[in-house]
Design a protein around this ligand. Structure first.
Ligand SMILES: [Zn+2]
Ligand SMILES: [Zn+2]
Ligand SMILES: [Zn+2]
Ligand SMILES: [Zn+2]
Length: 1152
């Protein structure tokens, strides 16, 4: 009775008060003294924690208890030892951590974290900004413990992760731990960027957030077995999840067709791709994330089976535990590019030392720059003595090489510094210097060079440069997929294919490893079967409590049947050793053992009420289950380790072959993905192209222990590396600076860098713009001068100004645009761009001369859709990837052989160039917001892509009045105005009548005033025939300056008419074809007559034949008639003779 009252008090009033206190925003000290007064002396507190341990607290009271406990542990003004001891009890901590309530669990992680930090809790424990550990079950002080894929609790946690601001690298106090802090923070920042995207996708999947569900959703899934691959090709293990029903697309397909669907059909091969991310959801809550292991045979089963691999002990064991109790399991595929993060994160975890850390982390102004261990003096010597020396004989290159002074300095820096930064403004030939450096190192040292580029496209180009400069193909190997066909032979898979011959000992090792693996696998399978089987039996329970709860075990002990007579229970059941525990569980008494001393002594146990009794049993059951899951996880972990050892063993041969290569080329993700293989080949020199576009984490994970030299080639004035989480960017200004490349960071720190100065791309009007805005020392190489003007326009640089408003595309999110969830479009600009491009095509420019650029994916997709009717835009790899991720790219195989105009976002066109750039700036709004177009780097890239013609279309007012970036755009537009480049429309000029100029303000103006690309005058020039005039409106005379006059080649299609040679018919012909020598109608007439004659002849022949037959027939008839007549006559005669005979005997005599 008393106990009940107490429980009521704890669950009610006490919790009310404490909850209020914890929630109230009173000062720390006041709260502190109030709470301390409540718990000390501990009369109330002892009741409270005992009730928690016994499970009599309701959900809210449990929450309050966990919060008070965690509060007490964090007190800095008092000794917390008592509370630490209390919290360490499994009956407290385990219960909190395994609670059903997320809030309670979160307190548990914090408590566990506090307990793990020895002694007094840190004072800034409450500042979550930069203190790692304790937020959820995947938050640790040691970043290497953090599982790369998040746990379910991490995904539901709203707490900000622990991240350092970039300034910690400048803290002189932090020098001692700087390398460790750096690796730690690099990992955390990059992982947070991944989490940002992943969280968004899972929120959409769980319908917490609006958005397009991009992955597949499968309901009613069931875990049926353990997967480990076919016997001869074992893989890491996974769970086999059977779908609740068949995939609708497979309806009606036969077994073979089902398999074929996944193997060959493009829809099937896209479904549930290998290594794609998926989420297991149980009764609406996330159980865990993992990856899909694609097994087509299993997918083709009916119902299909999906193999799901989970990593991370915590996630896995939680998910397995819940598998048992969850009623409805859902499987959701998540379309998040985890594959781009995972290898880099894993590589960071493995890094224990940071090569070149002297330069990367500790360089200060005034430090001397160290030399690499090997200096190519054969080149640097002569070059220092005579910078204008001809390097052709020294480098044995196929073509003559003379360098300008900035190229000489760059080459010397690259060869003489352990770490060198070479800045290459647009068009200055960055990769040429890279190729020269590689060639020098290849010729005069025996070092291995790892070449890393950001895109496959750039990598291919660089490798081709290397081959072009005379490095033998056999010395080069290329990691990663999507090589151009011409470089297919460099692929690392060719090495793999060559295979390896293994010695007998090696085979013995492999066999032993295999045996080991299969042993682990069978343990894993046993554990899984146990997990799937029903509730633990009384025997299992008894065995469990023997050590766990000996008091209870003792109370349930059945006196040894050997000693006594065999007891027989009610209904004649044999009393065995589980008799008493079964009695107790059913709420009964000990029956015939009631008076046994050990039962009597355990009065407390035998008098427990039914509720408490059930709670106790439940506790044992979940303990047992947890044990099974632990065994399973352990067996799985050990099995995976065996598999990893095996694959490493198989990879050894590849490493041997890799060691024979001198140049290893890969993309940044490739470098991380194949990090182990590459590391084994121990490259000495790391050469990074496009280093300004690459995340620092990607560069440092490409370093291996043997790397003793690093050459970074890039440009920190162009676009920064791409990241997903805007909050972490330099632009956001919160100091995390995730997208600041190593290149930029070192340059900003004052690390010496050399800059290539001579640009070979832009005509002077264009380069003048970036010289004024960004590169004051940029020089124009001779070939950029005296180029032809763009035909048909009034200026080579044009800004088409307008004020038509933009519209929004809600389907696409442009994360780079300040984390925006929508993208922008501008329909007016789309129409104008289309007409401008059409006009340029009329001037003779082809799709290989023009590119359309725009900052926004939304505008890109709008342009693409509109252009589709006119031309077939080719999107570059990255853009089509982005669009298909946004779910907008539906029809890619339109086979129309039309002009294809290249179309790209600015960000994805970095590193490329075109004769003419047409840029749609898109933004136009009264609030003057220009989003990420405020970035000087983006404008710089946009301006510097064009060789000969640069055309912008946009609302200048929006850009100039923008709060952020307004100054930049005003500077830029001032330059444009000074040059006379700003127009109220598109300024055309008739090439034939140069005085006829017009500014096209509306899209319709083009049809009205330049329908054929000239002016509105009739062309009137004589065509090739020299007789007839051209019927078009005025148009350009040549498709290019050195091309013949169009009229000299255009066929005259004027229609002519006249009488035919016979003079009977009127004939018509196109002028170019000449007068036909024969008259068609005459020919037809002749034909007709011939046909007629033939017909007549045939008729005549037929008639004659019929006549002949008829006559023959008549003759036959006549003959027949004649013979019949004759016979008749004879008959008559005979009759008459007979008559005469009767009349005269003489006659009768005559007859005889
Ligand atoms: Zn004209
Ligand atoms: Zn003609
Ligand atoms: Zn003409
Ligand atoms: Zn005729």
């Amino acid at each position: 009775m008393r106990s009940d009252l107490r429980t009521e008090f704890l669950n009610g009033l006490a919790s009310n008060v404490l909850e209020f206190l914890l929630r109230a925003e009173m000062g720390g000290d006041v709260l502190n003294s109030v709470i301390v007064n409540i718990v000390d002396p501990p009369i109330f507190w002892n009741e409270f924690h005992r009730a928690f341990e016994n499970g009599t607290l309701n959900e809210r009271a449990q929450r309050v208890f966990a919060k008070v406990l965690s509060y007490l542990l964090r007190m800095t003004s008092r000794d917390t030892t008592t509370y630490r001891n209390l919290a360490s009890r499994p009956s407290i901590l385990d219960k909190i951590i395994n609670s059903d309530q997320q809030e309670v669990r979160e307190e548990g992680y914090l408590i566990k974290h506090i307990l793990s930090t020895n002694g007094v809790a840190s004072t800034n424990m409450a500042d979550f900004d930069f203190v790692p550990g304790g937020r959820h079950d995947n938050d640790f002080v040691d970043f290497r413990k953090i599982a790369i894929l998040p746990t379910a609790d991490e995904l539901s946690s709203n707490k900000n992760p622990a991240l350092r601001r970039a300034s910690y690298l400048d803290d002189p106090e932090g020098k001692k731990t700087r390398v460790a802090d750096y690796l730690d923070n690099t990992f955390r920042l990059l992982r947070d960027d991944m989490m940002h995207e992943l969280k968004e996708d899972t929120d959409i999947a769980l319908k917490k957030k609006q958005g397009r569900q991009r992955g597949l959703v499968i309901n009613g899934i069931k875990a049926v077995d353990i997967y480990a691959g076919p016997e001869n090709r074992r893989t890491r293990w996974g769970l086999m999840l059977q779908c609740g029903s068949d995939f609708p697309v497979l309806k009606g397909l036969q077994e073979e067709d089902r398999k074929r669907f996944f193997r060959d059909d493009h829809r099937g091969s896209r479904m549930l791709r290998h290594q794609s991310l998926a989420c297991l959801i149980g009764d609406g809550a996330i159980l865990g994330l993992g990856t899909i292991h694609r097994d087509e045979e299993l997918l083709a089963e009916k119902p299909p089976i999906i193999v799901f691999q989970m990593e991370g002990q915590i996630s896995l064991s939680k998910a397995l535990l819940q598998l048992k109790t969850t009623k409805h399991l859902r499987f959701i595929q998540i379309d998040c590019a985890v594959f781009a993060f995972e290898p880099v994160l894993k590589a960071l975890k493995r890094m224990r030392v940071l090569p070149l850390s002297e330069e990367i982390l500790f360089w200060e102004d005034g430090n001397e720059i160290a030399s690499p261990p090997v200096v190519v003096t054969r080149i640097t010597g002569p070059l220092t003595r005579n910078p204008s020396i001809d390097l052709t004989p020294l480098l044995q290159t196929p073509n003559t090489i003379t360098l300008d002074s900035s190229q000489v300095t760059s080459l010397l820096a690259g060869l003489e510094q352990r770490v060198s930064l070479i800045q290459g403004p647009p068009g200055t030939g960055k990769s040429f210097i890279g190729a020269l450096l590689a060639k020098a190192l290849h010729m005069y040292t025996s070092q291995t060079i790892l070449v890393v580029c950001y895109t496959n496209h750039a990598l291919d180009q660089f490798l081709e440069d290397l081959i072009g400069i005379g490095i033998p193909r056999e010395d080069i190997v290329r990691f990663g997929s999507r090589a151009k066909p011409a470089l297919e032979d460099l692929g690392v898979h060719n090495l793999r294919r060559q295979g390896a011959r293994r010695s007998e000992t090696e085979w013995a090792v492999i066999d032993e490893m295999k045996d080991n693996a299969s042993l682990r696998l069978s343990k894993l399978q046993v554990s899984f079967t146990t997990l799937l089987s029903s509730q633990p039996s009384p025997e299992t329970l008894l065995a469990h409590i023997e050590s766990k709860d000996p008091e209870f075990f003792h109370a349930f002990r059945v006196p040894d049947p050997e000693d006594m007579m065999r007891f027989v229970g009610r209904k004649g059941k044999v009393v065995d050793e589980t008799f008493l525990i079964r009695q107790w569980m059913q709420g009964g008494d000990a029956r015939m053992f009631k008076y046994e001393p050990h039962v009597q002594a355990a009065h407390r146990i035998w008098s427990m009420d039914k509720n408490r009794c059930q709670l106790k049993v439940e506790e044992w059951r979940s303990d047992i289950l947890r044990g099974v899951v632990e065994d399973l996880c352990m067996a799985g972990e050990l099995y995976n380790r065996c598999q990893d050892d095996l694959s490493r063993q198989f990879g050894k041969a590849l490493v041997e072959q890799l060691r024979t290569k001198r140049i290893i080329g890969c993309t940044t993700t490739g470098a991380a993905k194949f990090a182990e293989d590459i590391r084994a080949a121990s490259p000495d020199v790391l050469l990074v192209e496009e280093a300004g576009e690459i995340l620092e984490s990607h560069v440092i994970t490409a370093l291996s222990r043997t790397t003793s030299q690093m050459i970074l080639i890039g440009d920190h004035k162009q676009l920064r590396p791409k990241v997903k989480n805007y909050a972490l960017t330099v632009e956001k200004g919160e100091g995390y600076d995730l997208n600041r490349s190593l290149f930029e960071r070192l340059v900003l720190k004052g690390f010496p860098h050399v800059t290539l100065s001579s640009q070979h791309r832009m005509r002077p009007e264009i380069s003048a713009l970036i010289r004024a805005l960004t590169y004051p020392d940029l020089k124009d190489a001779p070939e950029t001068k005296n180029r032809d003007n763009i035909r048909g326009v009034q200026s080579n640089v044009i800004f088409v100004n307008h004020n038509h408003p933009e519209d929004e595309d809600k389907r696409i999110s442009d994360g780079a645009d300040g984390g925006s969830t929508t993208s922008k479009q501008n329909t007016h600009e789309v129409k104008m761009v289309l007409r401008i491009v059409r006009y340029l095509v009329q001037q003779g420019y082809g799709s290989d001369n023009i590119v359309i650029l725009t900052p926004y994916l939304g505008q890109l997709s709008h342009l693409r859709d509109t252009l589709k009717n006119e031309t077939d835009p080719i999107l570059n790899d990255l853009d089509s990837g982005d669009l298909s991720r946004a779910g907008l790219l539906t029809d890619t195989n339109s086979e129309k052989k039309k002009t294809r105009i290249r179309l790209a976002t600015i960000d994805n066109y970095q590193g490329e160039e075109s004769d003419i750039v047409v840029a749609s700036l898109c933004r136009s709004n009264p609030s003057n917001s220009i989003g990420f177009m405020n970035s000087p780097e983006r404008l710089n890239v946009l301006i510097s892509r064009a060789r000969n013609g640069l055309i912008f279309i946009g609302n200048s007012a929006t850009f100039e009045r923008s709060k952020k970036g307004g100054k930049l755009w005003t500077d830029f537009l001032d330059l444009m105005r000074k040059g006379g480049y700003v127009f109220g429309g598109f300024p055309v000029k008739c090439e034939k009548h140069p005085n006829k100029r017009r500014v096209m303000e509306q899209p319709e103006d083009f049809d009205a005033y330049a329908p054929n690309g000239g002016c509105t005058e009739p062309c009137g020039m004589l065509l090739k025939c020299n007789v007839h005039p051209c019927a078009l409106k005025c148009h350009p005379l040549r498709t290019a300056p050195n091309q013949p006059n169009i009229h000299a080649t255009t066929l005259c299609t004027t229609l002519l008419r006249g009488k035919c040679s016979v003079g009977a018919h009127t004939i018509t012909w196109q002028c170019y074809a000449g007068r036909p020598s024969t008259c068609m109608r005459c020919r037809i007439e002749k034909q007709r007559l011939k046909q007629l004659a033939k017909h007549d002849l045939k008729l005549k022949e037929e008639r004659e034949a019929a006549q002949r037959e008829h006559e023959l027939h008549m003759l036959e008839l006549e003959a027949k008639l004649r013979s019949e007549r004759k016979a008749y006559e004879e008959l008559q005669r005979a009759e008459e003779e007979q008559k005469q005979k009767v009349e005269s005997p003489a006659a009768s005599c005559m007859i005889q």
